[in-house]
Design a protein around this ligand. Sequence first.
Ligand code: ZN
Length: 203
Amino acid sequence: MYFSGAPGLLKLFMPSGLVWQIPTKDKSLYLTFDDGPVPGVTEEVLSVLKDFDAKATFFCVGDNVQKYPEIYKKILEAGHSTGNHTFHHLNGWKTSDEEYFEDVKQCAELVDSKLFRPPYGRITRSQAGYLSKKYKIIMWSALGGDFDPKVSAEKCIENILKSAREGSIIVLHDNQKSAQTMLRVLPQVLKYYSDKGFQFLPL
Ligand SMILES: [Zn+2]
């Protein structure tokens, strides 16, 4: 289960100190891409972002950075931010603290960043408490559902447009499973908000 908008109820049950939204009145939006770098997908995202002169943040899986270092380098060279998304894409609710922190550390050897996003948005209080000493833990305020095969591109766009406003953090996925939907959604979201005078910034 997931929530497309600012997940008020979900937030009540989540550890405090997580970042869900950037406090600003400026017409700024923060696009984030989870799970890459993935060949054929991440490069496509970089190309679309470039067309709109947009910057984003890529929460990378360490294992993928190790496999595809040249794509990771392209992300940085294009002026985007990167963040830690663990090495093995672990679910914090099902992982001991010790194992979770070791996996984050392994990812940090490849991803030099003060940003962290827990895979599946699942992190325990003790994991968040410990990691927040070192990282800004970035959640989201607009989730389209590009990873869900039951959600069409149109519905995904609708979900994002319904919840994104000044300072929103939008989540998309540059993985194989989401690519088909995500690559239809991305240019439309960029066009819609660019036309309204928004700029897309890295975290
Ligand atoms: Zn993920």
